[in-house]
Design a protein around this ligand. Structure first.
Ligand code: PLP
Length: 433
């Protein structure tokens, strides 16, 4: 299978190239040339299959032409060594808990899958070590660091803003050692991102070392998230609740929901989607007006969705033939202030006992407000609430428990390289590696 660029000015790429490079030469995002529909029998029988078996069928449609079955099976089974159950919250609203992976966030699956597929691609291309640079405001860094931990031939540099990530998140990427280096930048998230962008454009650095990124522009990171939606459908079908299924996705960079839309193109019978936003409402406004106007991001309590110019918009636009009406036929939107998010967390807890994290709360609320008679909704609970413990504790006025998996990170020794936000210093550091 070949991959083309959404900007249409780069040559077609092999899977290896798309995975190793991440972004196309013309700065567009790679798209698979074809999307293979899955047979009806697969959907008829899906409720009897395991998460791993479902995921392997989906992965085979995306990557099976290029990756030998034995290798692809190993990658899928290694990535999905945990469950993501659909948990009943109210009579017609279920939570798909995507926080049972190593760092308790939904990005774990994409990060691990990408690490393993990148390793495969490097072997095939016969290339030496590749260096992954990733700027993070918290969640991406921890998922990528843990996904890539111990993967041979890849070194990861996680750049994060000093004092601006939660203590738990910081421990998740500073205590690992091995092939993971944490770089503590004296600045804000945008400074970290600027350092990474400058590094990718610097000729000396690129001659010195092979660099790539690990954000959701990479096909190997965003496509595997489609597994979640097939598995959600399977679980709801087993409960005989899948006939009019609405799936609501708390969205920031729109990689997660974009993978779901690929699933729908493959025949996954989900009736419609809702993209739930915090106050960063660029996509919501696009749905209302047909105009896409990127904005500077604003800070919210659902900070993994503080994105003012979602990169995967280009993919969604391409997937629907640049047609606003077609996009609106499959996706509607919602946007919530911090106050509404906090109210929702309190209200769900009081009414049902379920504790949402700030991102999942946007998803729950959009279903509560938007489900029509006869529909059943599933929202994606994208992180464990304890990852945002200070925020959630403050809202609920109680202390929520920290799962053992998270506590284990807190016990490690923090190691990081202090760095100024000035590119010359970062370049000198990398040139010495
Ligand atoms: C990254 C993230 C999101 C947003 O996902 P996108 O794919 O960027 O839309 C939502 N919730 C949490 C907890 C996240 O970490």
């Amino acid at each position: 299978m070949k991959f083309y660029s959404t900007n249409g000015k780069a040559p077609l790429a092999t899977l290896e190239k798309a995975v190793v490079k991440g972004l196309a030469e013309d700065k567009g995002l790679y798209m698979p040339e074809r999307i293979k529909p899955l047979p009806l029998e697969f959907f008829d029988n899906i409720a009897n299959l395991s998460f791993q078996d479902i995921a392997y069928t989906v992965a085979d449609a995306f990557f099976g032409e290029d990756v030998p079955a034995k290798d692809l099976k190993a990658i899928v089974y290694d990535t999905l060594a945990f469950d993501c159950p659909c948990v009943k919250v109210t009579d017609n609203i279920y939570s798909l808990e995507l926080f049972h992976g190593p760092t308790l966030a939904f990005k774990d699956v994409g990060a691990r899958f990408m690490a393993r597929l990148l390793q495969w691609a490097l072997k095939k291309e016969g290339k030496g070590t590749v260096n992954v640079l990733v700027a993070t405001s918290g969640d991406t860094g921890s998922a990528v660091a843990n996904g890539f931990l111990g993967v041979e031939g890849i070194h990861v540099y996680v750049l994060y803003p000093k004092g601006k990530v939660s203590p738990i998140q910081e421990c998740q990427f500073t205590t690992l050692g091995k092939n993971i280096t944490a770089v503590e930048v004296d600045g804000v998230f945008d400074d970290c991102q600027a350092l990474v962008k400058n590094a990718f454009m610097d000729a000396d650095l690129n001659a010195h070392m092979k660099l790539t990124s690990a954000n959701s522009i990479n096909v190997a990171r965003f496509l595997p998230q489609a597994f979640y939606y097939f598995y959600a459908y399977a679980q709801m079908k087993a409960k005989h609740l899948a006939d009019e299924l609405v799936v609501c996705v708390p969205s920031g960079n729109f990689g997660n929901i974009c993978s779901a839309l690929f699933g729908k193109k493959m025949g996954l019978p989900i009736k419609r989607f809702i993209a739930a936003n915090n106050a960063n409402d660029v996509f919501y406004k696009y749905l209302q007006t047909g105009k896409y106007n990127p904005q500077p991001s604003v800070q919210t309590i659902a900070n993994a969705m503080d994105v003012g110019d979602p990169s995967n918009f280009a993919r969604i636009y391409e997937l629907y033939g640049k047609n606003h009406a077609a996009i609106c036929a499959d996706i509607s939107g919602a946007t919530y202030t911090d106050e509404q998010i906090a109210d929702t967390i309190r209200q769900v807890k009081a009414a049902t006992g379920y504790v949402c994290d700030p991102h999942g709360a946007c998803g729950y609320r959009a279903l509560q407000e938007g489900l029509r008679p006869g529909e059943v909704g599933v929202f994606l609970e994208t992180a464990h609430p304890a990852k945002f413990k200070d925020t959630v504790d403050g809202i609920l006025g109680e202390s929520i428990a920290i799962p053992a998996k998270l506590q284990a990170f807190m016990q490690g020794t923090k190691q990081r390289v202090p760095m100024s936000k000035d590119f010359a210093a970062f370049k000198q550091f990398l040139m010495a590696q």
